[in-house]
Design a binder for this molecule. Structure first.
Ligand SMILES: Nc1nc2c(c(=O)[nH]1)N[C@H]1C(S)=C(S)[C@@H](COP(=O)(O)O)O[C@H]1N2
Ligand SMILES: [Mo]
Length: 339
């Protein structure tokens, strides 16, 4: 990395000095807690994995997950900051999991469906049905299936001449098209019904916000972790720009739901986790525009959660007061996925 680049990054960090200071405090605390946790877990491990399996997860382990999640949510209140690192420590992040990303999306056809925004009809991006949007995909499969991938049910994409590229070797998929959820976990119960009004945002609606950089550890529940350098926009700034409609009693909806444009991968979040200062809508990784398999043009990074909560290629963001469906929770993993 050139000095200028390094300086730029440090300037951003300078700007985020408060975030950094708090982050260092958290690092020390998490060391102590991790040590205590590891000691307690050792003896239990073998026993845990020997019981009968239901739902892809041993029942006892599942309870432990839930108890752990509760404990860490209380201890850290989900508002503490994850440790950050100098950019020199950043690695090249591997690609893991391509659910919802199997065909390359035509970048110009990408839109972000936004549902549950206050007074949505007053925005110029308002449409009466966000599910009527057509996403276009190029036909060639650029990569082998990777990571957690499992059987794909045959798709139902229609071969139509592309409105954008004028080619007929392009797949056009309407946002609300059935069946959605062609992967192992199936269709999300939170997926939108046809005729849902909302906003159709373009990338510039996100990139006009203040840009931030973050170098954090990325942890996959499969047991690997890497330090990665992210650039993007604070989701809290995005929420301020497109705030949720309040409920009848004046309070805010509790959750945020996201899914890929084809509905195959989907994740539910608490609203306050989306407002965490380190939750970024990411457009760049290692200082380069995101690759398709890392979630171009827009993915989430939230360093207090496991990798499976960090959805790649976001097609929909919806505010909701009903706890949203979640791909890996359906297959037995914890909904909170806290670290
Ligand atoms: N759309 C989508 N997002 C996804 C996944 C996926 O399969 N599809 N896998 C998740 C998991 S389990 C991990 S560990 C990370 C991996 O992100 P990376 O490929 O950028 O390393 O993406 C997460 N987000
Ligand atoms: Mo993962």
């Amino acid at each position: 990395m050139s000095t200028t680049r390094k300086q730029q990054v440090e300037e951003v960090f300078e700007d985020d000095a408060a975030v950094l200071r708090a982050s260092r405090r958290h690092t020390r605390r998490s060391f102590l807690l991790a040590a205590a946790g590891a000691a307690a877990a050792v003896g239990l491990n073998e026993w845990l994995y020997n019981g009968p399996q239901t739902d892809h997860q041993p029942p006892l382990l599942r309870k432990t997950f839930q108890a752990d999640a509760k404990l860490s949510r209380t201890l850290f209140d989900e508002r503490a900051l994850a440790p950050t690192f100098p950019v020199s420590r950043a690695e090249t992040l591997r690609v893991n999991g391509v659910i919802g990303l199997k065909e390359d999306i035509v970048p110009a056809s990408w839109r972000l469906q936004m549902v549950g925004v206050e007074k949505a009809e007053n925005y110029p991006q308002y449409v009466p049905d966000v599910t009527a949007w057509d996403y276009e995909y190029t036909r060639e499969k650029s990569d082998e299936d990777q990571g957690h991938d499992v059987k794909t049910k045959p798709g139902t994409e229609k071969k139509v001449t592309s409105a954008l590229l004028g080619r007929d070797d392009v797949l056009v998929q309407r946002a609300g098209m059935e069946p959605r959820g062609k992967e192992e976990a199936g269709k999300s119960f939170s997926t939108l019904a046809g005729g849902t009004p909302g906003l159709l945002l373009t990338l510039s609606d996100v990139t006009r916000l203040k840009k931030h950089e973050l170098v954090t550890q990325f942890k996959c529940i499969e047991g690997w972790s890497q330090i990665a350098h992210w650039s993007g926009y604070r989701m809290s700034d995005f929420i301020d720009a497109f705030p949720p409609a309040k409920k009848a009693d004046g309070s805010l909806p509790r959750y945020v739901y996201m899914e890929t444009p084809n509905g195959d991968y989907y994740v539910g979040y608490d609203l306050h986790v989306c407002r965490h200062p380190q939750t970024l809508l990411v457009t760049e990784l290692s200082g380069e525009p995101l690759a398709q398999k890392h979630g171009a043009p827009l993915r989430l990074h939230t360093p207090t959660k496991y990798g499976y909560k960090q959805i790649k290629r976001i097609g929909l963001i919806a505010y909701t007061d009903v706890k949203p469906d979640d791909y890996w929770t359906k297959l037995g993993y914890d909904w909170y996925a806290g670290l």
